[in-house]
Write a protein that binds this ligand. Sequence first.
Ligand code: PRP
Ligand code: URA
Length: 207
Amino acid sequence: MVYIFDHPLIQHKLTLMRDVNTGTKEFRELLEEISMLMVYEVTRDLPTEEVEVETPICVTKSRVLAGKKIGIVPILRAGLGMVDGVANLIPAAKIGHIGLYRDPETHEPVEYYCKLPADSENRELIVLDPMLATGGSASAAISFIKQRGCKSIRLVNLIAAPEGIERVQKDHPDVNIYVAACDEKLNEHAYIVPGLGDAGDRLYGTK
Ligand code: PRP
Ligand code: URA
């Protein structure tokens, strides 16, 4: 399943992020804010269970999260910009990291780091990356995670290209994809059009 979030706050903030005149500080703040808004919806179907709680007035029954614990897995670098927004809402989540970069010539992902929580096979994992372009990075990251025995995986992207969605759906039909926007296409350098440019560079001011 692919979920596209058309909430006005998300769309407004995304437009600001797309703007070439938006600087690094604001870009970083907006990515954190949108990530927080998105994870609210991404976790809508998490199971809950009833517990007893004593209020200052009486004892009552109320609901808490149940089921698998959560893990957050940003794809380095740009996925790091989404971690704080998600962790603010799910502070008990453990955080793993997968380092991938796209080879500038082949556009294929190259792995340089992978460190996941020791019990990640028992967790519901939320993979974060602002950009889903060819889908090569996300698909490779999900494959690494599956190799560690993890079965429950959700992918959260800010902007996707149709090609990226198709690739992840083909390689990992069991993974739900959550995006703020699905853009038109990829250009000849495999950048998303209209997109927002290079998310990592805009986040960290490296270009
Ligand atoms: C960007 C982005 C994704 C990837 C998407 O990372 O953050 O990880 O490209 O492209 P794909 O869907 O075609 O694989 P990049 O490789 O530029 O690395 P960075 O985050 O370190 O800048
Ligand atoms: N990576 C980015 O950061 N932006 C794109 O448009 C495509 C890949």
